[in-house]
Structure formats: C-alpha cells, structure tokens
Design a protein around this ligand. Structure first.
Ligand code: ADP
Ligand code: ZN
Length: 745
C-alpha cells in the first residue's frame, strides 16, 4: 500500500532503475529544490556504498517503504527524457518478457558514455576530425613527421578520434596533434557533431526481376498502409534481397521518415555501407561493436536527433531511438548473433518486431534460410510471406555433390575428390571456398603411450593445438599453455600426436598442395585485430585470393562474385548432436555457404564430405529444398512440443562446488508453483559440465503458452527475492534466466 504523505512535507519519491541485477526499482527521495522531475531521466544516487547512475521510472508522492528509511537522491542529471515513449514502452516490455532486471535493460539501451553523468549531447572536448584540407592532402607530405603521419593514418578508418584512442597507441600524441591543427589538417571538435549526406549517388544500372518487382509492390503497400505489419522476405541466396530493401527504403525516406537496418555481424557492414552510399544521399549512422565509446555516443545521438535518416547496425542498434521511424529491416534474420548471450538475453529480431508494433511501422525480416520461428509465423499467416525463388543473375543455384568418406580417406581435412575439385576450379580461374567450422590446428592432442588427450584443467574439454603460436589453447575458457610433445600425464617423450583437423592444419596442407594459389584463412584467430575481418573480406571479394578457407565467418551473406566452388569439409557433427537446434543451424550454414558459389555466370558447385551420404538431411540440401527440410523439422518439433511449437526457458546455474548448482536448481524446481501448462524438467548438469573452473547445471521449463511460462517464472523470481532462505541459497551460485534460449549449454 502506498502511504500518502502529509501535504506540508511535499516530498517527491523517485522510483529508480539501478544498474544492478535486481528485478525491481528502488525508491529515493527527490533532491531538494529539484525542479523538472521526470521519468526516463538519469539520476545520481548512493546505492549501498557506491555512487551509481540510475534512471527514474516513476515520480510519485509516496512509497511502500517507511519514508524515514529512504535516502535522498544526489542529483538529477538530465533536463529532458532520454527515451521517447515508444522506445520506453519497448524497453519496459523487454524487461517483462525476458524477466530481466529493469536497471540492466535500460543500461544496455544506452551508450556507455551515458552510463556516466555525461551530457546527452556529445561534448567532444578532446576529439578531432580531418579538415577538408587534411582530407585532400597527400599523407606523403608528412613523411618527415612520422608521428603526425601515424596520426593521420589512423583517420583512414575512423571519422572521429578522441584522446582515448591515441593514448592506446602512444604517450606522445599531444604535440603532433597540435602541429596538425596548426597546419590545418585536423580540427578539434567543440561544437555538436554534424552528419552529412552525400552530394552524389551512383546507383547500379539494374533491371529488377519480376519477382523483385512483385516483392517491392507488396512491401510498398505495407508501407502505404502506415501501420505495423511483419513482412518476411524469403529469398534464395543471390536473389537480390538487398534491392528489395532499398526500394522499400527509398519509399520511406521520400516520406521524410527514417529506417533502422539491422545486420548480424560487423563483417557484413562495410559492403552494405558502400551499397547504401551508392544509392542514398541521406546521412547514415553506423552502430556496431567496433566503435569506440565516443563514436558510439555520437552515432546514437545522430539517430536520436533525427540527423541520421538511416541507422545501420548490429544487435544493440535495435535500441536506437529515432524520431519518425518508418521502417525496420532485419537482414539474415536467422543469424544467431541477434541473440544476446549474456546479461540481458534478448533476441534483437524479436525486439525489433515489438518496436515496429510500438511505432506502428512495417518491418521486413529477410533470409534465404529463415529461423524455424519466423518460418512458422509465416506459415501460420502471422507474417506476410514474400518469396524470391530465383537468383537475380538468372544463374541456377549451385549443384551439390556428396563425397562419401566411407569410400575415400581424408588427408589433412580433404579427401582426394575434394582436392581434385579444388584443382579443377582453380584451373578455370575461379575462387574456391572451403568451410570448416573449427579453428586452430588440431582439436585433439593425444598421447600414443598412455592414450590420454591433453585436457583443460578448468573445463571438461580437450585443448586445441595452435601450432604456429606454439600453444595449446582452450576454446572455452581461454586457457593457454605451451605446446610440448612430451606427455604431461605419463611423461613419455615425443609421444603427443595432433589428431583431427582445424583451419590452420588445412591451411598448411592446402598451401602445400597448391603452392601457387593465394590462400586466405578467415577465422577468429586470423581476424582478431580491429577492422581485420572487414579487410580480408574485401580482399576476398575483389578476387585477390584464390582459396578462401574459413569458419562460419565466411558463410554469412557475402557477395563474392568469383567463387566457383564451395567445399564443406565436415558436415556430420551437426547431424547427431544432442542440441535440438544443431540440424537447423547446420542446414542454414550449409545452404548459406553453398549460396556463395556461382553467383554471377557459371553454375557453382558444392562438395560436401560426409560419412552419412544417405541421411535425409542431404536430400534436402541437394535440392536446395528449404521448405521440405523445414516441414520435416517442424513436424518433429511439433510432436515433442519444442519451439516454435512450444516455448522454452532455461535456468542456468554455476558454482565452484559441484553439488551446489544442481542443488539450487532442484530447490528452484520445488519452489515453483505447479501449473498444468508448464512442464519443468529435472535439473541436470550442462552438456559441458565444467567450464572455467565452474560446475554448470540447467533446468528447462517448457510450455505451450508464453503467458503461463512467464507467470511461473515471475512468481518464482518474486519468491526468491522475498523468501530469506531461498534468497540465501540463490546467493551461493551464479544463476541466469534465459527466455527463448538459443543454445542449451
Ligand atoms: P541476397 O538475396 O543473397 O542478399 P544480394 O542482394 O546480395 O542477394 O544480390 C546478389 C547480387 O545480385 C548482387 O551483386 C546484386 O547487385 C545483384 N542483383 C540484384 N538484383 C539484380 C537484378 N535485378 N539484376 C541483376 N543483378 C542483380
Ligand atoms: Zn578451459
């Protein structure tokens, strides 16, 4: 009950979302003399012993707590709300739907800079950008001033650099910057940043295909309806989905409205940015994880001010606030990177759909290999299903051939038929793409004497051999040890063998077999440096490499014009996995990577190495039959009530004590109120129980009704927040709740 205060006190109470993992707001007394008390503004508070920045959720006249126990807030920071109403409603929904701490939700929707008491408008005290003079001068003029040259060089990839960026590189950046300002190359930003569009565009001269025209007509109708609709653009690889997005964007931009465009990975953005810049004069803000805090703040601000008409970004860009948002696009909607895997575990695609509803605008979800969730929604008629069944270039989809590993050996990753195919493709001057979703040199280091493998001492996993770095690494916890060939277990000398193939081993073998071919390895190890992935993808696209060998990084949406063949070196792992989504992911990856072949002229070829050539999975792959595969998979899932025919939530717990995580979950299960609509499985150890020294366990909740699932879990969350004993037990483990979990580890 809220106790009314006597009028003479006139205390105002602020319900504040605090950035801590607690699922509630906290009441504070508004600072004396504070005018302009409004929800959605930041406030400085003392929380325990820490000074934190929270966000006011509500301004009220009383509190459920005794007033004398409430502390005064220290200071109100903003004069205006940070979020507009539609975005605010979406964030509140997000915290309810994902049962996430409101403070953490709001925090993740803000640029890091604003999680401190900085002003909403970027101040840019010490940030610089190239002047026009600087932009048009040759860097060679600075040959005699290497520090200045190095500084200008850094502007090649970034528009704005702050003192923070330079500190990372050198202690001596102040004086060369001063000289560059004096020479007129750089200017210090003291005013508000500006965002210019382009003077000129050079859209490619393309005649749209009939299917593209048709798709555009449907989407334009949705746009003209000026209300929410979900449009699922289901187009095979190379069908020209981007042209359809662009046509829709053109329509929306012409109305003076803006577009939010989400893509899965930073690696995909450079090519897309180029394409957007060729088409549109409108200012674009790009938001991805490669930005520094200043850049991110500026891009966020440009979106919020309405300076940016197009916002292009990865997962967290779904929180961009944009006045006049008229269209949302989620490209490659099936991609797992839209799911945030820690802290607030939201699915950006689903949040985007909710946002579209809130602002009353259409959204387009595009994919050649949609998630079962989206496909199911389309079949059920909830989403408008728009198909592109043919490639824009009129080239047929590639021919798929299985290479039976029961009949031929694999030597360093490739069987003889695969090697032959590579040779043949290279001889025709085409690029080869080899897909192996395992980085490192060899996944197993095995002792021929004691028959043991080298294991991570913190995880239930083998260590991966990284030969060039001379290291054994754990891909799960990051542990790194020296590579020795004497067995640490039994002490035998020179007994350790490298077993299995990783991208580095295949790289060495293929290089030895094709010494004249330029091989480009693309995996997380080879692209660690900032900007490196974008660079190698550009090298690949320009045809400056003959063989592209990589992990799932190469499967995603790239438009490489000259790839003649794709080799899938290992497909079998996903066929018999315990993870119910493994075959869906494998199918998507296989069709996606296959889709890189033969995009321009000749029909491409795809070769898949497998020990199970008769598996029904490959029948669908050979026919590029997404529908058939999806139908079978959806039926399987329906029979067991798995998503999208049911809803999951996963409660995970981990502890350094083996028993504790399981104990907590068993207790959680018994504390949950029984509901006829919710099935709670037994608490079980995670598939990889020990990771980074912690024992992990999980508890799966299943239901046919989202609302019942949500109710059960929120009741339980409330219970452990108020019941002292349950609270104590919860404090002994690390636990997280994952709604619509994507993986079950
Ligand atoms: P996807 O559907 O795989 O995303 P893209 O949009 O990347 O396909 O298009 C694949 C290629 O086809 C691009 O290089 C694009 O420029 C080209 N393309 C798209 N539409 C047409 C068209 N109507 N005529 C000719 N080429 C086209
Ligand atoms: Zn480990």
């Amino acid at each position: 009950m809220t106790l009314p205060l006597s009028p003479e006190k006139k205390l105002r109470i602020l319900a504040v979302a605090v950035p801590v993992p607690l699922r509630q707001t906290f009441d504070f007394i508004a600072p004396k003399n504070a005018s302009n008390l409004r929800p959605r503004t930041r406030v400085k508070i003392l929380f325990g012993k820490r000074t934190l920045i929270g966000i006011i959720v509500e301004v009220k006249d009383g509190s459920d707590y005794p007033i004398e126990k409430l502390k005064p807030a220290i200071e109100i920071i903003d004069n205006e709300p940070l979020f507009d109403d539609a975005l605010w409603q979406s964030l509140l929904w997000l915290s309810r739907y994902y049962l996430a701490a409101i403070g953490e939700v709001l925090e993740s929707a803000l640029p890091v800079v604003l999680r401190q008491a900085k002003s909403i408008t970027p101040t840019l005290e010490r940030a610089w950008q190239l002047t026009n003079h600087g932009r048009h001068s040759s860097i060679d003029e600075l040959n005699r001033a290497p520090l200045q040259r190095a500084i200008i060089h850094q502007f090649a990839n970034k528009d704005v650099l702050s003192s923070h960026d330079f500190k990372e590189h050198s202690q001596r950046w102040r004086s060369p910057i001063k000289s560059l300002i004096e020479k007129g190359w750089l200017e210090e930003l003291t005013r508000e940043p500006t965002l210019a569009g382009r003077d000129r565009t050079t859209p490619p001269d393309i005649t749209l295909t009939e299917e593209q025209d048709h798709a555009i007509n449907i989407i334009n109708k949705a746009i003209d309806a000026c209300k929410f609709s979900c449009n699922f653009l289901h187009g095979v690889t190379g069908s020209g989905k981007t042209e359809v997005y662009f046509a829709a964007m053109r329509n929306v931009l012409a109305r003076g409205e803006s577009v939010l465009f989400l893509v899965p990975e930073i690696g995909l953005t450079p090519q897309l940015i180029q394409r957007i810049e060729r088409y549109f004069k409108h200012p674009v803000a790009v938001l991805h994880s490669g930005l520094n805090d200043t850049e991110r703040h500026i891009a966020w601000w440009h979106a919020r001010q309405g300076n940016a008409k197009i916002v292009l970004g990865t997962r967290s860009a779904v929180f961009s606030q944009m006045p006049n948002l008229g269209l949302l696009i989620v490209d490659e909607e099936h991609d797992g990177s839209f799911k945030q895997q820690d802290s607030v575990r939201y699915q950006a695609r689903d949040v985007a759909v909710y946002r579209a509803k809130q602002v009353g605008a259409p959204i387009i979800l595009g994919s050649a290999t949609p998630s079962m969730e989206t496909y199911h929604n389309a079949l059920e008629g909830r989403y408008q299903h728009i198909r592109l069944t043919k490639r824009a270039s009129e080239v047929e989809l590639p021919k798929v051939e299985l290479l039976d590993l029961n009949k031929q050996p694999v030597i360093d990753g490739l069987c003889p038929a695969m090697t032959e195919a590579v040779k043949h493709t290279l001889s025709k001057g085409k690029q080869v793409m080899l897909f192996l979703n395992r980085r490192g040199y060899a996944p197993v280091h095995y002792c021929s004497e004691c028959k043991q493998t080298a294991k991570c001492h913190r995880c239930d996993s083998n260590l991966t051999v990284h030969q060039r770095a001379n290291k054994l690494r754990c891909h799960h916890c990051g542990y790194e040890g020296r590579l020795t060939f004497n067995c640490r277990g039994c002490g035998a000398k020179e007994s350790m063998l490298e077993v299995g193939d990783g991208t580095q081993r295949v790289e060495a073998a293929v290089t030895a077999r094709f010494p004249n071919a330029r091989l480009l390895r693309i995996d997380r190890d080879s692209t660690q440096r900032k900007g490196e992935l974008a660079r190698v993808l550009e090298v690949a696209r320009k045809g400056e490499a003959d063989i592209l060998l990589g992990t799932q990084l190469i499967t995603k949406g790239h438009d490489f014009p000259n790839v003649g063949m794709v080799g899938i070196l290992e497909a079998d792992q996903g066929l018999y996995s315990t993870d119910f989504r493994a075959s869906e992911t494998l199918f998507q990856q296989s069709l996606q990577v296959a889709g890189r072949a033969g995009r321009r002229d000749d029909v491409g070829r795809v070769y898949i190495q497998t020990r199970f050539p008769d598996h029904s999975f490959f029948g669908f792959i050979k026919q590029h039959d997404y529908e058939g595969f999806a139908e079978q998979l959806l039926n399987e899932r329906k029979s067991v009530g798995f998503p999208p025919h049911g809803y999951f939530a996963l409660l995970r717990a981990e502890s350094t004590h083996q028993a504790k995580a399981l104990q907590f979950l068993r207790r959680a299960k018994s504390d949950c109120q029984r509901s006829p609509h919710v099935v709670i499985m037994d608490a079980v150890p995670a598939p990889m129980e020990r990771r980074a020294g912690r024992y992990r366990a999980q508890l799966l909740f299943m239901s046919q009704q989202r609302s019942a699932l949500n109710r059960t879990l929120s009741t339980w969350l409330h219970y452990i927040a108020v019941n002292q004993e349950a609270k104590k037990l919860a404090a002994t483990v690390r636990w997280t709740l994952d709604i619509d979990p994507l993986d079950h580890y």
